[in-house]
Design a protein around this ligand. Structure first.
Ligand SMILES: [Zn+2]
Length: 175
C-alpha cells in the first residue's frame, strides 16, 4: 500500500484522539517500509514485508507502550499504532503480511483483495478519514480545545457565540 494511504489511515484516528502525536504516528506508519531500507543500509537486508511487517510484533509494541508511564509511553504507543495500522492496511492487499515469525502463511484481512496503488486502497483510506471526521463532530470539547478536521460551529452555537444562521451556514465547511 502507498505511503499516502498509510499516513491517512493511521493519522486520521490519531488526529481525533491525540493530535500532538500525529507526527510520531506518521513516522510509525511508514516504519515497516523504511526500516527495510535501514536494514539494507546496514547490509543486513530484510525481505520486503518480512520481519518489519509482523502484525504480532507491533501489537506487542503497542501493549508495551500502554504499560509505559508518561510521555515515553505515549510516544511508543503512537509509533506502534502507526506500525500496526501499516501492517493491517498491507494485509488488505493480495500479498498480505506475515502475522508472526511462527507462521509462514500470509495474513489477510477481508480476503486481501486490494492491489497496491489501486483505487481500492484510496477508497479504504478516505473511508477511514470520513469516519474519523464524522466522529470528530461528536467529540465537541466545551473547553474550546483544538478539534481536528472540524471547526466546531455547533459548540459555538450552544455557547451563544455564533448565531443560528452562522452555524447553519458554516457547519458544512470542513477546512
Ligand atoms: Zn509495507
Amino acid at each position: 500500500m502507498r505511503w499516502f494511504n498509510h499516513i491517512l489511515i493511521s493519522g486520521a484516528p490519531a488526529a481525533l484522539i491525540a493530535p500532538s502525536l500525529v507526527p510520531v504516528v506518521v513516522l510509525g506508519a511508514t516504519a515497516p517500509d523504511w526500516l527495510e531500507w535501514v536494514s539494507g543500509a546496514l547490509h543486513k537486508q530484510l525481505p520486503h514485508r518480512g520481519a518489519t511487517h509482523w502484525v504480532a510484533a507491533w501489537i506487542v509494541a503497542l501493549a508495551g507502550g500502554a504499560l509505559l508511564p508518561g510521555v515515553a509511553g505515549s510516544v511508543v504507543s503512537a509509533f506502534a499504532w502507526g506500525g500496526l495500522s501499516h501492517c493491517l492496511a498491507d494485509s488488505l492487499t493480495v500479498t498480505g503480511v506475515p502475522f508472526s515469525p511462527l507462521s509462514d502463511r500470509r495474513f489477510h484481512l477481508l480476503g486481501g483483495r486490494l492491489r497496491t496503488g489501486g483505487a481500492g486502497e484510496y477508497g479504504v483510506s478516505w473511508s477511514v478519514v470520513l469516519v474519523c471526521w464524522m466522529l470528530a463532530g461528536q467529540f465537541t470539547g466545551s473547553d474550546g480545545r483544538y478539534i481536528p478536521f472540524f471547526f466546531n460551529w455547533s459548540q459555538r452555537y450552544q455557547d451563544g457565540i455564533a448565531t443560528a444562521k452562522e452555524w447553519r451556514d458554516n457547519r458544512m465547511k470542513f477546512f
